[in-house]
Ligand binder design. Sequence first.
Ligand code: DCS
Length: 481
Amino acid sequence: MPPKPLDYESINENVKRSQYAVRGELYLRASELQKEGKKIIFTNVGNPHALGQKPLSFPRQVVALCQAPFLLDDPNVGLLFPADAIAKAKHYLSMTGGGLGAYSDSRGLPGVRKEVAEFIQRRDGYPSDPELIYLTDGASKGVMQILQTIIGGQGDGILVPVPQYPLYSATIALLGGSLVPYYLEETANWGLDVNELRQSVNQARYKGITVKAMVIINPGNPTGQCLSEANLREVLQFCFEENLVLLGDEVYQQNIYQDERPFISAKKVLMDIGPPISKEVQLISFHTVSKGYWGECGQRGGYFEMTNISPETVDQIYKVASISLSPNVPAQIFMGLMVNPPKPGDISYDQFVRESKGILESLRRRARIMTDGFNSCRNVVCNFTEGAMYSFPQIRLPPRAIEAAKQAGKVPDVFYCLKLLEATGISTVPGSGFGQKEGVFHLRTTILPAEEDMPAIMDSFKKFNDEFMEQYEDHRGYSRM
Ligand code: DCS
């Protein structure tokens, strides 16, 4: 009997090739241990609510009413819901043709796209056109649709930062394209060097690859750096010179933990530069309701904005979006609420600010506790998490640990992370899942565990790491760093 079409030997090679470490070997082992009754701290995914973050009240009130519109007819509705939530629910319901149970336009509800455009305009100080904004099921779906529109085959290259979030490497592999890596410089706080970019592009071209797009993740995942305005200018200039579309992954724009480098969007910098660059460089910017102080990962809401994209291509992307009929409608309302939250004077304003500030300030403190904790450990060095939700310490593994990993048939950082998991229940992602320089090892953890649990988690990490280093360091020759 020949293999059947869905037998492993027969399936699409691109599917087998794509890898997604955030839910990889470590996660599977952690799930097993959890089933066996071990307490696991899931710091492998940036999934705030799963680690106890409470949802913001106002958006949940609005969406609850949209989901159960009969409550709006109940004479007691005003006792359960604030008047501004009731008004907002009516506002969003009036945008839908049939409530949340009906498909929307494939690009998303026009009213929400308009609210997104107004948000971008307020944020950047430049006009934004709702016709060039598409709502998506999380940022992931948007990234996939755009990569699908760009990549036709192996000859099409996408410049991706290393370390990177594996949505990019995995999707490029699925689509059969070529990932062209550019390395971020760890010793320069994960800075981006344009000379490095140029070299990567030249090397790829030498191999016959047409480099078509460049991805930036700002603030960075897993690296946590915030790009400076000067750096963004260089990147846009580079994209202009090299004829690349820039994919600006800006999902962590609310997650900023220092004041020196506030978030600046690629769109604003592009417009600031002025013509010809501002009229020529093609840019797609992505955002989501999964991150920030919202953390509504399970709702799957996102958008992308297209700049300098021709109407014909915008129509083609519309067609691609149409194949999935429509993005989640409840998620679109979350997006509307995120870009158009309660304003001063609204009944729910104070509570909204109290809740969102509370989350953000705590994340800022947690970023500090984690970085300091890692830096106090033997053979561990860690850049400060300037933004996003992750800490990405470098673990300087002694040669004997690397040897032991080899014996166990594991990549060295996977070996370290598995031991950490078994000893402490802390579930992380090995640096190799994001890419790193040869011979250098990291792990990624989120900064999301509850603040009160943080000291105990860092103590338990330190104890494990000290014992690990004690076990594998060669005290005769190997020097401590
Ligand atoms: N872009 C980046 C840089 C991300 O980190 C994520 C999610 C996404 C896009 C996609 O988010 P949504 O599809 O939910 O909008 N980050 C994953 C991670 O690294 N941990 O958790 C999820």
